[in-house]
Design a protein around this ligand. Structure first.
Ligand code: SF4
Length: 297
């Protein structure tokens, strides 16, 4: 893992303070996920929206286990030798999606560099199982870079996800110190290839965390690079340090600045931009997709 010197955490500003849930939907979500033995990135990555999203009955499934083969400096998912894939996991994700009555599901996975296809076939099976049990649902995948292997990208695309999300995470200069093994240009190439392969039949999406020390110019260059790679949808959120062993927050970006970046990104041609301190890849993901669903679903 990237070595990070321990430093005291800065005080969290008001706009990032959490409001705790009062409804029992949270407990129902918890029980359902336990019952079906599913992992979520909400828990594994210590997402700050965990309470809010689960209280609304939504979550982001994390398939292929909860042990990642990479060790990014921002991410709380455990790094360890993964277990074998579970053949019935696609069906369990489909069943959870049905029980939760989701209209838009987000499916992500740990990076599985131990597998030849990086877990792409498991993604394909999961997308197909979810669609078979939940017709009309909008399916968004948030995938690792699959080392840019064409066969892996084709395997995922064969199942026709509606939204293909791969995060750039940070600007070019900071990539080596923030991401483990991932490369800025490789991530752009993954997004570009998906558009070249499927064009208008799939929306591509990417996101960056702000507050890691990037400059405004570097951020705008990254957004420009994403548009050059024909990325359609953008998310920008505040980086928060999940534990003291992870990268420190360099800056808390003010909500007004997020609003300004949203405007700038829309001017560049992104078809949908979610930008705010609490925005994560999957936060309120269905706000973009409701016009995509067939009427009545
Ligand atoms: S923002 Fe995404 S990862 Fe975070 S709690 Fe909500 S659904 Fe889960």
């Amino acid at each position: 893992m990237i070595q990070i010197p321990l430093q005291p955490r800065p005080r969290i500003p008001e706009w990032l303070r959490l409001k705790l849930p009062t409804e029992n939907t949270f407990a129902r979500t918890r029980n359902l996920l336990d019952d079906l033995r599913l992992h979520t990135v909400c828990e594994s990555a210590k997402c700050p929206n965990h309470w809010e999203c689960w209280s609304k009955g939504t979550a982001t499934f994390m398939i292929a286990g909860d042990r990642c083969t990479r060790a990014c400096g921002f991410c709380a998912v455990s790094t360890a030798k993964p277990f074998a894939l579970e053949a019935d996991e696609p069906q369990r994700v489909a069943e959870a999606t049905r029980r939760m009555n989701l209209k838009h599901v987000v499916i992500t996975a740990v990076a599985r560099d131990d597998l030849d296809d990086g877990g792409a076939e498991h993604f394909r099976q999961t997308i197909e199982a979810v669609r078979a049990l939940n017709p009309g649902i909008v399916i968004e995948v948030l995938v690792p870079d699959f080392l840019e292997k064409d066969a892996s990208l084709e395997a995922v695309l064969a199942a026709a996800p509606d939204i293909f999300n791969h995060n750039l995470e940070t600007v070019r200069r900071l990539t080596p110190s923030v991401r483990s093994r991932a490369m800025y240009d490789r991530s752009l190439a993954v997004l570009r290839k998906v558009k070249e392969k499927r064009g208008e039949r799939v929306f591509t999406k990417s996101g960056l965390m702000l507050g890691l020390g990037e400059t405004e110019d570097e951020l705008l260059t990254a957004l420009h690079d994403l548009r050059e790679s024909q990325c359609d949808i953008l998310t920008l959120g505040q980086y928060l340090q999940p534990t003291l062993k992870h990268l420190p927050v360099v800056e808390f970006v003010h909500p007004d600045k997020f609003a300004e970046y949203k405007m700038r990104a829309e001017e560049m041609g992104f078809v949908h931009v979610a930008s705010g301190p609490m925005v994560r890849s999957s936060y309120h993901a269905d706000e973009f997709s409701s016009p995509l669903r067939p009427a009545g679903t």
